[in-house]
Ligand binder design. Sequence first.
Ligand code: CO
Ligand code: CO
Ligand code: CO
Length: 352
Amino acid sequence: MSGSDVKLTQYTHGMGCACKLRPQDLEKVVQELTVLKNPDILVGPETADDAAVYRISDDIALVETVDFFTPVVDDPYWFGAIAAANALSDIYAMGGTPLFALNIVGFPVKRLSLDVLREILHGAEDKAAEAGISILGGHTIEDNEPKYGMVATGRVHPGRIWTNCSARPGDVLILTKPIGTGVYSTALKRGLLSTEQAGLACRIMATLNKSAADTLRAFTIEACTDVTGFGLLGHLLEMTRGSGVNAEISATAVPYLPDLFGLLAAGALPGGTKNNLAYVNEFIDWPVTFDEYRKLALCDAQTSGGLLAAVPEDQARQALDALRSSGIEDAAIIGRITSEGPGRICVLEESN
Ligand code: CO
Ligand code: CO
Ligand code: CO
């Protein structure tokens, strides 16, 4: 198969961030790792944040993250672009600016032509250029299925880090991309997506969170994360538990990809999405009228999802307007931090 007619999602079992390990399994293993005490570690593993942050000097800290996964779309060029946008997203979610990246590649040389790899790397290179950086190296192994991702390094001022554990009661929650890319990728693999829907999913996942982050920098960002494999509620839960607050979100205010519920009903249900719901369920208060599909949508394992930011109430409207005027049309206010607490999330049917 050459680069142009290959259908990459046929070469893999799980897809995108949906192939993450289950959070409940991962937690147990990661807890056993020890981190040496060092005052320059500004963000480490204990807060389940997006990236590690390490202070180099009083005004520079390094932000470092790694992400790689199996194909979420069929086209190699778009797969590379999406994986690159996804890896860089964690730098933006910390309030950082990317500096450079390295490739991580697993590739089935015996099953796929090297043209496919060439196109994956080309897509990633173009996306990195859009972020204003270069890919300076990498590492490749022979693998049974294609995998691609990046190690990304960025910088941030130590006093301006956006952690995911500093949200405060009263903050308003803003989401910058629509939900549903996990369901779309699964639907694509099963041949359930129209060409138009597949194109939309590609564009959304390949959109850098750069412009969202650049826009939000003009406002007070109390906490920020990006929505990826653990789904909207999974990542919001990391924020609420980490911050010691409770939140409420309005299910109808959340932007969804078109026909998401139809695709779920047609059986396009990623395994990661189901795991996410099982994991968050005990922390969520659902509306009694809510069916399973609406719960699953809010837990859908995203690939290269949007930023989820907690902004002081008196700046939220302005921040949303600014995002929309910079072309982020799907940006929405989806809820708020209600009180201090153990991290519970109340899902409301309507906006309050
Ligand atoms: Co992240
Ligand atoms: Co990540
Ligand atoms: Co963050």
